[in-house]
Each structure stands twice: as C-alpha cells, then as structure tokens.
Design a protein around this ligand. Sequence first.
Ligand code: P6P
Length: 344
Amino acid sequence: MRQVTVTEHLLQHQKKSPMATGRFTLLLNELILSAKLISREVTKAGLVDVLGFTGETNVQGEKVRKLDEFANNVLIHRLRRSGVLCAMASEENGDLIQVSGDLPHGDYILIFDPLDGSSNIDVNVSIGTIFSIYRRPLHKSPGAPSLAEVLQRCDKQVAAGYFIYGSSTMMVYTTGNGVHGFTLDPSVGEFLLSHPDMKIPESGRIYSVNESYWNSWDTATQSAVTHFRNAKNARGKPYSSRYIGSLVADFHRNLLYGGIFMYPARRGEDGSYSGKLRLTCEAAPMAFIVEQAGGMATDGVNRIMEYTPTELHQRVPLFVGSLEDVRAVREIMLRGGCDTVPGR
Ligand code: P6P
C-alpha cells in the first residue's frame, strides 16, 4: 500500500470532508505531535522514573500517575498554542481550560482523556488518549466560551478519535466520513494509513464486561450479560469473554474483531445506579467512531449520540460495539424493565 500520511489522507478527502480545512489539519497535527511525545514516554516508562503516583488525586478522585500528568500537560501545552481552539476540557481537570487571552485562538472545542486506562500503566497493558472535537456555536457569547457552549449534544461532534499505545502506536479517528486507522512508523515518525475505512462486524464474537460487578447490576443488566454467556457468534461458536480494563484497548479489539463492550450502571451504597465512564471524553467519542464504523452505542437503551451533557464530567452506562449485539442488549433492557437508564 502506498504510504499515506494523515495530512495527505485529509487532503485526499477534502471534498467529502468539510473538516479538511487547514485549521482542522493544524489541530490534528498538534494532537499527533502530542501523541508522539506521550508514546515516547509510555514506551520507556519502565526505564525512567515516570511510573507510580504523583501523590495527587484528580477531579475524579483517582490517584494521578506521573504519566497521566505528563500526558495531560503535553496536550494542554501544545493545543493551547495551536491557535485554533477556544476551549479545552480534560478528564483530569475539574473545569474548562480557557484558551483565549494573549494567545491566538479559534472556534474548535477539544475534550480529551489524556491517558485512559492509566491503572494499567505499571503492568504494560495498552492504554490510550481519547479526543472529541466540537465547533463553537455560531451564536456565540462574547469572550471565552461558556460551559453551555461546550456541553453540546453528542451528535454535534465534528471529529473524534483515539491514540492507542500498545504493540504499536495507532491513531483511529473520524470526521464523519468513515473511520480510518493510522499506524506510527517510528523510523520516519509519521502515522501512516494502515486501516482505511474501518467497519465493525455487524455481529460480534467477543463480549467485554467486568463481571465482578454482577451483584451491583439490576436484573435486566444481568440478563443482558447472561445473553452473551450463552450466545453463539455468526459461525455458531460461543462468544469469547475478553476484558482488559482499558477502554481504548477493549474498544479497539472489538472494532476490529466484532463484539460488545459493556460498562453497565452499578448500584451505589445509596441504592442509586450510575455509570463509571465519562460521557464527554469517553462515551461520546467512542459512540461517534463506532456509528461511523457501522456499529452502535447506547446507555443500554438510549443512543449516546442523542445525549446532551448536563455537566462536564457526567458519567453514563455504556454499551458499544457491533450493531446486532448492542441491539440485543436494548431489547433485553426494554423487556426487562431496565430501571438503571438515566433520563437523557
Ligand atoms: P473497572 C480506566 O480506568 C477506565 O476508565 C476505562 O479505561 C476502563 O474501561 C474502565 O475504567 C475499567 O473500569 O471498574 O472495570 O476497573
């Protein structure tokens, strides 16, 4: 296959993708440079003192690992200077990261999880950076964007993607014209097109869920997981259970092989149900990607892309993957009187 860089691919699709503007290309290239810097640190994590904790906790109440902090700082530093953003939001930061001020800025809004799956950093399991891009609404308020301008309906995303730092470093992204995968060739320092127009198999052969939470699920969720324990794939074989505990790694494998990733709502000590994954920086970008690849993403019943976030770090249940698998869950949830699906 002729070597095609991300920029060449964007320009080739210029006509089809209104996103292939110079300003979007610049934004994507800054994300790519950030990912190269993060990848370099991730791959040598075992050699220098970037493992372990900083001793701080983030807005999620999670211990911040040094690589988390490094990745977050790289992305904020580089993207703040891209000149094309008006606001950023990170899974690691409680509030919006304002961009305007003395630096040039533009109309894109970037929401990201700098290093998802970071609990796996010390054990050499694939982790990733997830990003979601919106445009600032036209009827914009003067000055820096308000939170309301950032919390847009998920189907207003203009681009979404992830970098996965594994046996190779890959970028998978969509601008609404299909899903395309690029693999980093370290010898030239370029992401080269390796997976053009990715499509997820319509029905899968893998289900991914942390079954240790069985007792905290409602009965409809338990029925959905039981369905896959007994289901047969398109070739009449049982589904395989695979769960890495790193969303990007589990999602990427299922995108290629076909299957469903489930992070259902769990009952808390107060008896209420809530999801763990964040809507804006995890569920929404993965939903955009999977729908562009022919799959589906719901909270069990409702389409993730129809959500309008109520807060920056809103959590949702997530069922994402092959169309027939996510549809099967939806039928079970509706039949089972699922009472854990929050209103949109
Ligand atoms: P659990 C990582 O912390 C993460 O946010 C996702 O990457 C992953 O899918 C999930 O949490 C794992 O959560 O509760 O199964 O450890």
